[in-house]
Each structure stands twice: as structure tokens, then as C-alpha cells.
Design a protein around this ligand. Structure first.
Ligand code: HGY
Ligand code: MN
Ligand code: MN
Length: 407
């Protein structure tokens, strides 16, 4: 059995037309109309394969190919929501490759021993509603459904209302299918595999993530008349926080990364000293103690910057996830299968968050990476070649065949 790479590339291209933006990218923010249209398309493909499709209370969609034997299914999948300037492969590859594996079995008239499921989870990106990996977090029991439905987005909308609006407030109980195992195929979204000229990334862990939103409250005043000694300028402190984050990450070294991705000034006018700045800080590290240290050091530096400018700074935590180790045996299976198929492999951590890190809370879980050209992602120019995609999908197929005792 071989996956049909032409069909898989066609599906990726068809899905990418929904919410298409320049340079081949996609914009399908969670629970937007574009997300709804993308969901409708993938659910149609699932139904065309006669899979048993269920939609749960947070909008996760699970499609099952029944196996010959009873018991929990082996599951694969990812997400189909994207950031506003996303690529066509982030998340989408894992869902459509899973669908391709199932269609390959169907075409060959092969029924797996264990049932095989492919899923997509709601709001993996967290760009509109925090936290990220929300649907899989609720699926794994890490956040209650009522709390999740009450989350407010960056646009002020309530998550549960948007879920109803797009028609994906499903009836099935969240997490009712506890998988026997979970394997996710994903693009690396970084430069390592390309630099190392390696085809398959065998992901051992996902780094810890800390997202905080800071509100800096200064005093708006006239840009022309206010002496520099009398300013309480929230924009200046926001800029200082941005460079503090960069300096902290460089000083800590290792896997430490830090990003200020969102800054909003109020009133955001050319001749008014900003009274308020709202900004986000994304800190990540593979080592929990280092991540905690980075958070503590940043807090101290922000306090000092606020005191110098005599502004007030408050913060709220949007996401705090510790590093997650994947199942050693399943990781070894992915590595062995990839090598048996003749692919070069390397073990590595994931810099990005994934639904797999949530599924690891409830079942043995592993991930398969393929290279990203120039390490680009969360960028419309995100690209992986058909050859790289075929290699990843073949490793996924063979791993799933083994896990479902279909080999
Ligand atoms: O932020 C992340 O790592 C993921 O793309 N949600
Ligand atoms: Mn992703
Ligand atoms: Mn992403």
C-alpha cells in the first residue's frame, strides 16, 4: 500500500483555497467564516469515505474507520485553523495525511484490526482565542468545557457564541474516544531538518510555553507641549519590554526564545503620548526550570522599567504549559519505521506547540516532522515539497498500520 501523493497534494491545494492570501498562504482564524468553510470541506471528505464523524462540544471533529476488532482506536490528526498570515501546511498536513492514510486503506479494501481515527482540534493556534491547543486541551481534560466556551477573543467575541455561529457546537461528549495511541504528522516550522539535510524529524518532546499579556498604563498628553521630564509614556515601556525579551533570550541562550508578537497602543495617534499599551510576551524553553527563571527575570526587569517611567503595569497569564515528553516506545517506533522506509532521521524537540502535547496526557503519543523550507512558518511562504510530504505521509501510514495491527 502506498499513499497517493497526487491526491494528498490536491487536497492540500483545495483546502488552501479557503481563506487564501498572497504567496500561497491561508488565513483561517479559529471559528471564523473561513474556518467554518475549511471544516465543512474536510468533514465532507470524511463523510465521502463513510467514516463515522462526531463533533464534540468544543468543535473538535473525530472521524473513525471501524476496525475488525473492538477497542480504542489509534488516532492521528492535527488542526486546520491557521494564524492570520499562515501557510497551507501548518496543521493541515497532519489532518489531510491522516485522511489520505484512511483512503489508502479503503482503496486497498483493507480493514484495520484496531479502529483508526483522524481528528482536527479546535483553535490550535490560539491567535484569536488563548490558550493555544485549546480543543485538544479540553479533549484531554485540561480545561473544562464551560470555561473554554466563555473565553473572550482578541476581538472581544465569546468563543462559545462563535462556535454556535459557525455550526460546530457539537453534541458528542468531549474526549469520549480515548485513543489507544496518537501520532501527529507536522511540518517542523523551523530550520533544523533542512540544515541537517534530514528527511524525518523524530520528535521526542515539546518545549514549555509561557504567554502573558501586559497592560502598561501611563498618561496620555500632548506630543508637542509635554516636557520630556514630565512624561509617563506607555509606548516607551512597551518598547523597553520588547528589547528586554530579546536581551533575556540571548543572555540565557540554550533553547530559550522570546517574542513580543502583539502591541496595541491607545489612542494610537501620531500626536498623543500613548496612555495605554497592551502587549503579549511568548517565552519558551525545553527546560522547565530555565523557563521559570526567564519569567522571573523578565518580571523584575519590567518592574524596574515601570518604576523609571512611573507607569503602572499589570499582567495576565494566557498560557503556561510545561515541557512534554512523548512516549519513548512510540518515538522509537516512528524512528524505526522511518529508517526501514529508507529515510534519514534525527531526534529533536518541537519548538512549536501541537495538539499532540495535549494528547500525550491521555495516551502514548509521538510526532513526525518533515522539513520546512528556510525554516519558515506562520508565514504565507511556508513550504514543504511533495517529496518531503510523501516521505512524512508514508512514515505515518506505516506507523499507523503497525499500531492498528494491520501490517
Ligand atoms: O504557538 C504555537 O506554537 C502553535 O503554533 N500554536
Ligand atoms: Mn500547527
Ligand atoms: Mn501554528
Amino acid at each position: 500500500m502506498r499513499i497517493n501523493i497526487v491526491r494528498l497534494m490536491e487536497r492540500l491545494a483545495t483546502l488552501a483555497k479557503i481563506g487564501a492570501i498572497d504567496h500561497g498562504g491561508c488565513s483561517r482564524l479559529a471559528l471564523s467564516d473561513a474556518d467554518r468553510d475549511g471544516r465543512d470541506l474536510v468533514v465532507r471528505w470524511m463523510r465521502e469515505l463513510d467514516l463515522e464523524v462526531s463533533i464534540d462540544g468544543i468543535g473538535n471533529v473525530v472521524a473513525v474507520l471501524a476496525g475488525a476488532a473492538d477497542g480504542a482506536p489509534v488516532m492521528t490528526g492535527s488542526h486546520i485553523d491557521t494564524v492570520a498570515t499562515g501557510g497551507r501546511f501548518d496543521g493541515n498536513l497532519g489532518v489531510l495525511a491522516g485522511l489520505e492514510v484512511i483512503q489508502t486503506l479503503r482503496d486497498a479494501g483493507v480493514r484495520p484490526q484496531r479502529s483508526l481515527a483522524v481528528a482536527f482540534f479546535t483553535n490550535e493556534e490560539g491567535a484569536r482565542y488563548a490558550p493555544d491547543m485549546l480543543g485538544s486541551l479540553v479533549y484531554a481534560g485540561g480545561l473544562s468545557l464551560p470555561e473554554a466556551l466563555d473565553i473572550r477573543g482578541v476581538d472581544g467575541t465569546r468563543l462559545g457564541d462563535e462556535l454556535v455561529r459557525i455550526g460546530y457546537a457539537g453534541a458528542s461528549t468531549v474526549g469520549v474516544i480515548k485513543p489507544h495511541a496518537f501520532v501527529e504528522l507536522h511540518i517542523e516550522q523551523g530550520p533544523v531538518l533542512e540544515i541537517k539535510r534530514t528527511s524525518i524529524g523524530v520528535v521526542e518532546r515539546v518545549q514549555g510555553i509561557s504567554w502573558k499579556e501586559y497592560t502598561v498604563s501611563g498618561r496620555s498628553n500632548h506630543a508637542g507641549t509635554t516636557p520630556m521630564s514630565m512624561r509617563h509614556d506607555s509606548a516607551v515601556v512597551a518598547a523597553q519590554i520588547t528589547t528586554l525579551v530579546r536581551d533575556l533570550a540571548l543572555r540565557m541562550g540554550g533553547d530559550q526564545v522570546g517574542t513580543v508578537g502583539r502591541i496595541a497602543l491607545h489612542p494610537n495617534l501620531v500626536n498623543v503620548i500613548a496612555s495605554r499599551a497592551v502587549l503579549t510576551v511568548d517565552l519558551r524553553n525545553t527546560v522547565e526550570s530555565a523557563l521559570a527563571q526567564a519569567e522571573a527575570e523578565l518580571e523584575a526587569s519590567i518592574k524596574a522599567a515601570a518604576a523609571r517611567e512611573q507607569v503602572d503595569v499589570t499582567s495576565r497569564t494566557l498560557v503556561r504549559l510545561e515541557p512534554v515528553e512523548f512516549d519513548a516506545e512510540l518515538v522509537a517506533t516512528v524512528e524505526r519505521v522511518a529508517r526501514q522506509l529508507g529515510h534519514s532521521t534525527m531526534r529533536m524537540p518541537s519548538g512549536a506547540g501541537h495538539d499532540a502535547q495535549m494528547m500525550a496526557r491521555i495516551c502514548p503519543t509521538a510526532m513526525i516532522f518533515i522539513p520546512s523550507r528556510d525554516g519558515l512558518s506562520h508565514n504565507p511562504r511556508e513550504y514543504s515539497s511533495a517529496e518531503e510530504i510523501e516521505a512524512g505521509a508514508e512514515v505515518l501510514l506505516t506507523t499507523l498500520l503497525e499500531l492498528t495491527h494491520t501490517l
